[in-house]
Structure formats: C-alpha cells, structure tokens
Ligand binder design. Structure first.
Ligand SMILES: *Cc1c(COP(=O)(O)O)cnc(C)c1O
Length: 410
C-alpha cells in the first residue's frame, strides 16, 4: 500500500497507513518548527535538563491558563493521578469512585495505591460518570450492601471507607462537577478531575483543570496539548496541597534536597518537554478553535442522517476540548468497514469497560452490572479529529461515514 506521506505529499504520523492521519503531529510541527527548535536549543545551551527554568515558566503559564493558583508539572498523566491520590493519603481500605468508561490509568492509579476502584455507570449521552448513580454507589459502599448498587466484593459488609471520587472528562467534555462536588461535600469525599483529555475545555465559564479540588492532566502526544514524550500536570488552588504535590514528585523532599519527609516518587517533567509545551501553548487556543469548527461541521453533516446514528451532544454550559469525536451506531462494525475501504481511519475508545477487564477481575464485577458503559463500548467509534485536518479530508471522512451509515441502515 502507498504510504501516507507519498499520497498526501507530506509526511504524517507513521503509525498509520491510512491516507488521512488520525492525529497529525507532523502538520503541527511544520507550523511550530522554528519555535520548537529554538526552545530545545535554549535548553541544550543552559543544560538544566531537570527542573530547569522552562519547567517553572510552564507551571506559571499553565496555572494562569487554567485559572488556579498552582500547576505542578510531572512525568505523565498517570503519575499526575498517582500524585493527586497520594496527596489525599489514599491507601488500603479506601474506596475511590470512578467511571468504568475511561482509559485504564484512571482506575489503575487507585489500585496501585492499594485502594479499591468502585465503578459508577455513565450517562450514555455525555459518556461521563452519571451523578444520579453516584450517590447510590456511595450509599452501597457505606452500608456494604450490594443490593443497593453493584460494588466490588472488597466493599461487601462495609469493609471499605469511602474516600474520594475521580471524575473523567471523556473525549474532552467536562463531567457534571456541580452535582459531583455537591455529593462529594455531603459525604466528605475529595474530588479529582481527570482532565487528561480535556485541557482547554470549559464548564460554566471555568476551565478544565479548575473544576474540582485537584485535577490531573496528561501531555501524552495525542492529547489536546501534547509534548514529544510523556508528561502531565496536577492543578490545585490550595497552597498546602501544592506543597505536598511538589514534594511528592521529588522523592518526598523536605526543606532541602537530601531531607525526605514523606515517601514520594521520581515524577518530574523534563525541561525539554517543558520547552516544547511552551511553544505549543502559543497556538493552543487557535487549535482549540479549529477543533470546535471541525466538530461543528461533523455535527451539521451527520445530524441530517437521523436514524440510529447518535452524534455528540454538548450541553450549553460546556465547551469540549474535542480530544475525540465519537459517534454511536448499532451496526458500528459495518460503518468502520466502509471507512476502512475509503481509507479513513477510525478507532474504538473503549472496546472493554474497565469493570470487565481481566486486570480488575478481583473486584468481582459481572457483565450487566454497568449496562450503559457496556452498551456504549459495543456501539462507539471515533473518527479523525485534530486541528490540522484539511477541508478535502473532512469531506472524505463525512462522505465515508454517510455511505457507511446509509448502507448499514439499508
Ligand atoms: C491518557 C489518559 C491518562 C493517562 O495519561 P498518560 O500521560 O498517558 O499517563 C489518564 N486518564 C485519561 C482519561 C487519559 O485519557
């Protein structure tokens, strides 16, 4: 097969042989090349590869962008979640509520600390944790009563203490924080916003990263704001928490480098990655705007199809960061076959909800426990979404989806 670079006349992310790249980091680099080279060059010259000045500047800019007092740059989104949970003293015997319809890292961080993830089903329209079910799940764990809500076997008979919630802003759309934070304060639970996919999104005029007591985001290359490797950040308004997070990411460091006042990690962000992120931040709002235009164009084109195809619905008080554009369709696989024939890449986020993953089989969940997440995982698919999609490619994608849907509907 012809390589993508040959067909499109310029090189694209090489993990795909499709004509249209799913995410086009090369096109972004073409725009930012000088800026990025200059940033990397500065770091090579000053030589402070760990905790250099670019890291400090990035933390200031991120905090300013998000609208919180503190941003703590770190080594990945997964480590950002771990740091946030560690700062909240999560450990064995604790229950932390989260969604089963997310990337594994969300629940993995909970389990790594010896705590138990308790999955709460999603709202099938937003794909985010359903606040209406959160309270039942909390009551079920407090009472240890699996008749109230499906809970992990570790929580039967009231053996776990309810501790906190990790809400995820899936595909870039913020969860419903007014309701989640209200339930949390009633039960004295912390809330962590997993904003790995939603940097730049908004909820009631506030930016993603500021919607809960702590937020964790990721700068993995394919996320809305990505570096050239692994990176992440934790956000908070609380000075004390920020101090603890900063210490935790540097081996639990105290007042000086070789005093250690808690067990921590090596979870720093490299200075080179900070320099790259500083360059990318300059065009980030333009990129967001472009993602929103493309989402609008997709919506307008697919709405008329009606029938069984369900397009993303964003409530008026939210702005998505459009990390993914995901559709639901009962005969998804037929549509994806058509896309493949037209050389349009597609992906499934996520084919198996976390409560059905082998890694979590010790929790004792059964098929049918969280039906909305299970149903979505059989019907969902995502089409290319990135700010450098060209108009002719958008048209190709739209017509391939339309053809696929119309054929499948007969
Ligand atoms: C990507 C992602 C993470 C993990 O981020 P990494 O930087 O890859 O460790 C966590 N949660 C969600 C929802 C993600 O999409």
């Amino acid at each position: 097969m012809l390589t993508a670079s040959f067909v499109s006349g310029r090189s694209v992310v090489k993990w795909s042989d499709d004509v249209i790249p799913f995410v086009d980091l090369k096109a972004q680099f073409d725009v930012l090349e000088n800026e990025i080279h200059a940033g990397i060059d500065r770091v090579l010259h000053h030589g402070r590869f760990v905790l250099g000045p670019e890291v400090v500047e990035l933390e200031q800019r991120l905090a300013q962008y998000v609208g919180v007092r503190h941003a703590v740059a770190c080594s990945s989104g997964t480590d950002a979640l771990l740091l946030a949970l560690m700062a909240k003293n999560v450990g064995p015997g604790d229950a932390v509520f989260t969604t089963p319809f997310t990337f594994v890292a969300t629940a993995e961080a909970i389990a790594l600390l010896g705590a138990v993830p308790v999955f709460v089903d999603i709202d099938p329209v937003t794909f985010n944790l359903d606040p209406a079910q959160l309270e039942s799940a909390v009551e079920a764990v407090i009472k240890g009563d699996k008749g109230l809500y499906p809970i992990p076997q570790q929580a039967w008979n009231g053996r776990l203490q309810v501790k906190g919630i990790i809400a995820v802003d899936l595909f870039g759309l913020p969860a419903d924080y007014d309701r989640i934070n209200a339930i949390a304060s009633r039960y004295d639970l912390f809330v962590i916003e997993d904003s790995a996919q939603s940097f730049g999104a908004e909820y009631r005029g506030r930016k993603s990263g500021s919607l809960a007591e702590i937020a964790a985001t990721s700068f993995f290359p394919a996320k809305p704001l990505g570096c050239y490797g692994d990176g992440g950040a934790v956000f908070t308004d609380e000075d004390e928490l920020a101090d603890v997070l900063m210490s935790l990411k540097m081996h639990g460091q105290g007042a000086d480098r070789y005093s250690h006042i808690r067990i921590g990690m090596n979870a720093r962000l490299d200075t080179l990655q900070a320099a790259i992120l500083l360059a990318k931040l300059k065009v980030f709002d333009n990129e967001l705007e472009r993602r929103r235009q493309i989402a609008q164009q997709y919506n307008d084109s697919f709405r008329e199809l009606g029938g069984d195809l369900r397009i993303p619905r964003i409530s008026p008080h939210c702005k998505s960061a459009w990390a993914q554009y995901s559709l639901l369709f009962s005969k998804r696989d037929a549509v994806r076959d058509e896309l493949k024939r037209s050389q349009v890449p597609s992906a499934i986020y996520y084919p198996t909800p976390l409560h059905m993953q082998r890694a979590f089989e010790n929790l004792g969940y059964r098929q049918g426990d969280l039906p909305a997440a299970e149903q979505c995982s059989t019907e969902i698919f995502s089409i290319p979404m990135h700010p450098y999609l060209e108009q002719d490619h958008i048209m190709m994608i739209v017509s391939a989806v339309k053809n696929g849907v119309q054929r499948a509907q007969g």
